[in-house]
Design a protein around this ligand. Structure first.
Ligand SMILES: Cc1cc2nc3c(=O)[nH]c(=O)nc-3n(C[C@H](O)[C@H](O)[C@H](O)COP(=O)(O)OP(=O)(O)OC[C@H]3O[C@@H](n4cnc5c(N)ncnc54)[C@H](O)[C@@H]3O)c2cc1C
Ligand code: FES
Ligand code: FES
Length: 1333
């Protein structure tokens, strides 16, 4: 396409500074521009597709007509810079910084412990900042909804909500106190019910300076002038794309006539996504945002006219304003739209996506279109040929040519009519997660009755999420016209709809039977809503719905979450300067909130740096016949293509870094392309041609068992006499459980920067890892060097959860080999989809049980067979299966027990460590057995738990002695704090009254073994320097993953050296300062390194003793200066040899773990039996944390792990194709818990007065234990499902596999609707996805 080549200047402001871009490239997105060009690295990359919120910025524009400045949050990863002409961008750096001034939003988040790894934090800050710029005193609902689009994998959200609660216009209490008091009134000390000891409640610091709006950037007057003067078309030419922003509608129409194929990009949330997924590009893009007609908002006698360029947040605000002013009967469409607008996407997307874009891009599961269509909305179109109206009906949505808009036309505005008196309109959607998730199925339904009757005059039903477009049940509706609105009509309607709306067995997206069920479940709900409406309109003519039916109405609504945190206070005699035991803020908290915390990809580019992209296998198991890189090498900017042949030494250890002759999973890295830029490297990678020869893959556990494909030998534990046990049992039951895998979904993707030094082949490796030593070793051996040439540095990691133990070393090798070959620094930052594709996660689990028990509920024998899907290499699978076998007893003493464990070898990406190391799967398995026994005996679940729980001093299955006293203390305390029995009675009462909604409650005990089963893993080193000015530098082998390890180390150094925290600094973890560190994992990373730090500090303190003796009243600085004069070394290494642990698999005995940690959680939920949705009502957690070195950090770990557990057990589902390709590769398809998933009340109590003689200061490691307690939500849901099944007369010995997704919950609540859908016989079709567990 020929284009005039002179580009306009792109002018916008960033943080108050003017940016002029003379060669603006329309393909350049703001996120990358900020990070790479402007060096503003506070804005983070988390997914690149608008799903995580890490990249949130605020965009401010001036509306010259309304003379108003508008602020809106936006995902900079989807925002083309060319869309910013005339806009002011605020990034986290512009909100506040340590160098200038910290903004209250940043300060409160940090001081309320709202950050852990800190990677999501700038995005959180920006979402709230944009909200406060628009609403100085928002409601709590607005605050929560502002965070809908921001994901955090670490905190569990509660502290984030608490930190922002203080901005709300309602009472600014940071949490609901047990006493009902506001925590902001004054510090509160409360008495623990069980011990009478002083405990402390709440973690949020009440003393915050007020917000000072005068400190904010003012909107640049120059931009106001520009907005008033902007009358001419702007053109920006890029390498492949030209961006044209016309100044008038006529110009736009002329351009559309000239370039009919050019998209009109407004929010770019649809066009941008397609580009990301398919690398599609458009030669011309039209940007119609300066055309007043496209922003019109007016009302007519019949409805509202909304400009097509209005964003969805504006549409929401317009409707919210309009609805209360109109008679209710006119607002039914608007209310239906509002229902969706509250849950659709996150606030960023809602603020970017336009109404016109939504309508035209008409994704199959876009939510508004079915409602707009049934509401008979009309599109006001314009083209050079004139104006016309088109009905937004099913044919338009299906893209039928005669009903569609023409290539030369644009939608100027949309007319959304008022509803009529005898109209009923409803909107439905069900997604994997309540918010920020595309619908699985959505629907708009409308019926119009003959006035004053229930005779159908008009009926429309549309469904989204079924096929490639929104589908209409048009024929069914036509057949029902003239019918009365009664049960017979409903039955007929369900039958007709199921005949008309077909979902093939192999339909993309899977969940076929669930989707079919939703078709009719929605229809049923609509039927009832209409009946309810008829009764309200004509109470004498139409009966009120029965209680049973009323319970089907309405969706589950989440309230504003509240939290309680109770922990033991430090001893009253403790020096105020001594920070140990106090809730000290995360050492990097403020830096997280200001965006000044540096992660790998925030390191400035180094001279000559290359970018790296990888070519990954598209086959699960195949020989590599050839690799043809010739075309890739011809791509401009590509410097080299690196393969296994370029590795001078060892190509990985357990797993090959570069595949050699064979690929063993989809996603395995075959070669790497290094180029001058990321885009060039990616382009090169796409051009590499690989020829494969397929081999038979093994993908599932079932396949692996069939082929005896195992990674390790069987692990086995036997206790008592199992056969005799079964003989004497009253009853024996057998069953199975499947637990799906889990993605780590750390917010910072794997990243590495390698910089070869000029001398001696030395190399610096900056890497996001939990295991610096492994990186050093693997890189050294790959390059055939000694380890002393490789310096590995880790400042902090943006989340890891076990996922950055083994894999980062391979990524480092990939980059180091490329750097070695080219002699240039190489940066390798994985995109989210590549990260998820190439790395494994938590092991999918399959367990078979045979349990013998007495009628009184005592389990006397159990035979467990456990299998995990290890994937294609050994990785950590051996350890994980060992832990499953050792920990599967959880809190239960089973006198005769046999456990056998197998790690299956398959052609999936290698699964690896993940918080809890197999215990979350094993624990769920044994709890499933408990539930099965309770069901069989008819005893209450909590009674069966109590009967079987370890009591007093006892032996584990591997014959280790332990005392269960604290297990019972936690149990009793949790029963008490949660008010379990009276709430259980209330749940039962609720369930009696509600047929279609059920509540459930469950209390789950936990015995968690902390640490590793070998001493070797527990060793740790530290190096502490005291400088002449008295300042102290602490380093140790542990890595900051967000768990606050360095904060605790500083607290420990402060206590040991008796100096304030302000004297002590931590710089980085590095193999140059502390060698041979073990991986930071297993909950013990902090305490073992703490021992080493303590050791070093005590050595130094001792060395200072003579000086202190001579000058007892001297200051620290005096002592240090004197010590230096006396040539006393002020540097010491500290070392901790490790806890002595061992496990002998031959004798099946051992002291396998350093110590145990106990905890109990009680959760209550409500489920919607018609859709499978659930709501977490309340969770109480009692944790035996012993003496907490930092209660804020420990409670943060408990809550964060708990919510991650809730994710595993109820939400997160990985799909693999039958060919072994992972289909869930980003936040669009893989759902981790969001803010809407946390319990409305989350209460955490640290058990007071408990000791642990083994760990430093009598503490316990809190990193993992909270995770399993998320299973209390799983069992509460199961309880609710059981109540539904009981009422429906269904068998109660049913199995529910994990995760308990909306699909599984719905399908377990079998009813007339699940019965009426067509079922597919397994084996008769090729499913879209397979179960690998
Ligand atoms: C992370 C994420 C989450 C999402 N979640 C949801 C969700 O939960 N529910 C849901 O319903 N949707 C969801 N969406 C989809 C979203 O609603 C659409 O992407 C959005 O509405 C498209 O609007 P846009 O302005 O960004 O379109 P653009 O990407 O700018 O344009 C899309 C298309 O519309 C055309 N177009 C735009 N305006 C006009 C006009 N006036 N006249 C003619 N053609 C026009 C363009 O030519 C282009 O082809 C989500 C999207 C993302 C990225
Ligand atoms: S990086 Fe933009 S939303 Fe995730
Ligand atoms: S602190 Fe939120 S992702 Fe780590």
């Amino acid at each position: 396409m020929a284009c005039p080549q002179q580009s306009d200047e792109l002018i916008f402001f960033v943080n108050g500074r003017k940016v002029i871009e003379r060669q603006a490239d329309p393909e350049e997105l703001l996120l990358y521009y900020l990070r790479k060009k402007l060096r503003l690295s506070g804005t983070k990359y988390g997914c690149g597709i608008g799903g995580c919120g890490a990249c949130t910025v605020m965009i401010s524009t001036y509306d010259p007509v309304a003379k108003q400045i508008q602020h809106r949050p936006a995902n900079s990863c989807l925002l083309p810079i060319c869309s910013l002409h005339g806009a002011a961008v605020t990034t986290v750096e512009g909100v506040g910084s340590i160098k200038t001034r910290i903004h209250p939003i940043q300060e409160r988040l940090a001081k309320c412990h709202g950050s852990q790894c800190g990677f999501c934090t700038p995005g959180m800050v920006m979402s709230i900042y944009a909200l406060l710029r628009n609403h100085a005193e928002p409601s709590m609902e607005q605050i929560i909804s502002a965070l809908d689009g921001n994901l955090c994998r670490c905190t569990g959200y509660r502290p984030i909500i608490d930190s922002y609660r203080s901005f709300a216009r309602e009472p600014t209490c940071c949490q609901l106190r047990e006493t009902g008091q506001c925590c902001l009134d004054q510090e509160e000390r409360v008495c623990s019910s069980s011990t009478g000891d002083q405990t402390h409640s709440g973690l949020c610091n009440p003393e915050f300076p007020p917000v000072d709006p005068t400190q904010e950037f003012i909107f640049p007057p120059e931009l106001m002038r520009m907005a008033q003067e902007q009358l001419r078309t702007l053109i920006f030419h890029g390498k492949r794309t030209t961006w044209i922003s016309p100044a008038s509608l006529n110009e736009l129409l002329a351009l559309k006539a000239k370039y009919p194929k050019a998209p009109l990009v407004v929010g770019n949330t649809s066009v941008g996504l397609k580009k990301t997924h398919h690398d599609a590009y458009h030669p011309i893009i039209l940007h119609p945002v300066r055309i007043p007609e496209m922003y019109v908002v007016s009302s007519t006698n019949d409805g509202l006219v909304i400009g097509a360029a209005c964003c969805l947040a504006q549409l929401r605000d317009i409707l919210m304003e309009a609805v209360p002013k109109l008679p209710e009967e006119k607002t039914k469409i608007y209310q239906a739209l509002l229902q969706h607008l509250r849950t659709l996407a996150g606030e960023q997307i809602r603020s970017m996506a336009s109404l016109g874009g939504h309508i035209v891009s008409r994704g199959s599961n876009w939510d508004l279109n079915p409602v707009l269509s049934v509401g008979k909305s009309v599109l006001n179109l314009a083209s050079e040929d004139g104006e016309r109206q088109v009905l937004l009906n099913d044919q338009f949505l299906a893209g039928c040519e005669h009903a569609d808009i023409k290539p030369k036309e644009v939608i100027v505005s949309v007319f959304i009519p008022y509803s009529m008196k005898d109209d009923f309109i409803s909107a439905f959607r069900q997604a994997e997660r309540q918010k920020n998730a595309l619908s699985i199925v959505n629907s708009g339904m409308r019926v119009l009755f003959s006035p004053g009757t229930d005779i159908i005059v008009d009926l429309s039903i549309l469904y989204g999420g079924i096929g490639s477009t929104t589908l209409s049940a048009r024929k069914s509706c036509e057949k029902l016209i003239g019918r009365r609105w009664n049960d017979q009509m409903l039955s007929e309607a369900c039958r007709l709809v199921l005949e008309e709306i077909l979902i093939p067995s192999s339909a993309p997206g899977g969940r076929v039977e669930y989707r079919r069920t939703l078709l009719v479940s929605f229809l049923f709900r609509f039927y009832l809503e209409v009946l309810h409406g008829l009764h309200q309109m004509y109470p004498f003519r139409y009966a009120e719905l029965s209680q049973e039916k009323r319970s089907a109405l309405g969706m589950l609504q989440n309230g504003v979450p509240q939290g309680v945190q109770i922990y033991q206070d430090v001893d009253s005699g403790q020096s105020p300067q001594d920070p140990v035991g106090r809730p000290i803020m995360h050492q990097s908290g403020i830096k997280h909130a200001t965006g000044e915390a540096v992660y790998i990809d925030d390191i400035r580019p180094v001279d000559g740096e290359l970018s790296l992209a990888v070519v990954t296998s598209i086959r699960a198991h195949a020989k590599i016949i050839s690799i043809d890189a010739s075309e890739a090498l011809r791509v401009p900017g590509v410097v080299d293509v690196v393969t296994a042949r370029d590795v001078p030494g060892e190509n990985g250890k357990d797993e090959q870094a570069y595949a050699e002759d064979k690929v063993i999973c989809v996603g395995q890295i075959i070669c790497a392309v290094v180029a001058e830029s990321v885009t060039q490297a990616k382009c090169g990678a796409e051009k590499v041609k690989i020829v494969y020869e397929d081999l038979e893959p093994i993908l599932t556990i079932e396949d692996a068992i069939k082929h005896k494909s195992y990674i390790t030998e069987e692990r086995k534990i036997e206790k008592g006499d199992i056969e005799k046990g079964f003989e004497s049992a009253d009853e024996i039951i057998e069953g199975e459980l499947h637990v799906g895998g889990q993605e780590h979904f750390y917010l910072e993707t794997n990243s590495v920067l390698v910089i070869p030094r000029v001398e001696d082949k030395e190399m610096d490796v900056y890497v996001s890892t939990q295991h610096a030593t492994d990186v050093q070793e693997l890189v050294a051996s790959a390059l055939n060097l000694q380890s002393n040439k490789i310096m590995c540095h880790v400042k902090r990691v943006g989340g890891a959860f076990g996922g950055k133990i083994t894999k980062p070393s391979l990524f480092a090798v990939i980059a180091a080999v490329a750097a070695n070959k080219t002699g240039r620094p190489v940066r390798f930052v994985l995109e989210r989809n590549t990260d998820m594709l190439t790395t494994g996660g938590r092991h999918p689990f399959f367990g078979k049980y045979k349990v013998g028990f007495m009628n009184d509920g005592r389990i006397i024998a159990a035979d467990f067979q456990c299998y995990i899907n290890g994937g294609c290499t050994k990785d950590e699978s051996e350890l994980v299966i060992e832990y499953i076998v050792l920990k599967v007893d959880n809190a239960y003493s089973i006198p005769n027990l046999r456990v056998r464990g197998h790690a299956c070898k398959t052609n999936l990406p290698s699964n690896t460590a993940f918080r809890g190391f197999g215990f979350p799967q094993a624990g769920l398995f044994v709890e499933t057995c408990i539930v099965a026994v309770a069901t069989q005996t008819g005893l209450p679940h909590e009674k069966v738990r109590e009967i079987n729980m370890y009591k007093g001093v006892n032996l584990t299955s591997f014959k280790e002695e332990f005392d269960a006293e604290n297990l019972w203390k936690c149990w009793e305390e949790c029963l008490d704090k949660s008010d379990y029995y009276s709430r259980k009675a209330m749940v039962e009462e609720f369930n009696m009254k509600n047929y279609w909604k059920k509540k459930g409650i469950a209390i789950i005990p936990m015995k968690f073994s902390v640490g590793f089963n070998a001493t070797y893993f527990h060793q740790a080193g530290a190096l502490v320097h005291i400088y002449i000015d008295g300042s102290v530098l602490v380093t140790h082998g542990g890595i900051e993953l967000g768990q606050g390890i360095h904060t605790k180390m500083l607290q420990i150094a402060s206590r040991e050296l008796k100096i304030p925290l302000s004297y002590i600094h931590f710089c980085e973890t590095s193999t140059t300062t502390v060698p041979n560190g073990k991986y930071t994992a297993g909950s013990v990373g902090t305490e073992i390194n703490a021992r080493a730090v303590q050791d070093a500090c005590q050595i130094l303190w001792k060395r200072l003793e003579p000086i202190r003796r001579d000058n007892p009243n001297g200051k620290w600085e005096d002592w240090i200066s004197e010590a230096h004069k006396q040539s006393i070394s002020l540097s010491a290494t500290g070392y901790f040899k490790g806890y002595v642990t061992n496990m002998n698999w031959d004798t099946k005995k051992g002291h396998a773990f350093p110590y145990f940690l106990f905890g109990v959680a009680c959760s209550e939920v409500e489920i919607d039996c018609l859709t499978g949705a659930h709501k977490n009502i309340r969770t109480d957690i009692v944790m035996d944390a012993c003496f907490s070195i930092n209660p804020a950090i420990d409670i943060g770990q408990i809550e964060g792990a708990f919510i991650q557990g809730v994710g595993l057990y109820t939400l997160e589902e990985i799909y693999f194709s039958p060919e072994g390709e992972q289909l869930t590769l980003g936040p669009d398809t893989y759902k981790i818990p969001a803010i809407c998933d946390i319990p409305e009340q989350i209460r955490v109590y640290l058990l007071p007065n408990s000791c642990n003689s083994i760990a430093i200061y009598s503490s316990k490691g809190m990193g993992e234990a909270g995770f399993f307690l998320g299973s209390s939500v799983f069992f509460a849901i199961r309880d609710a499902v059981a109540a539904a099944r009981k009422e429906r007369g269904l068998p109660l010995d049913f199995t529910l596999n994990s995760p308990l997704t909306v699909e599984r919950i719905r399908m377990a609540c079998d009813d007339v609707f699940t019965e009426m859908i067509p079922k597919d016989k397994p084996g008769t079709y090729k499913p879209w996805a397979i179960n690998v567990d």
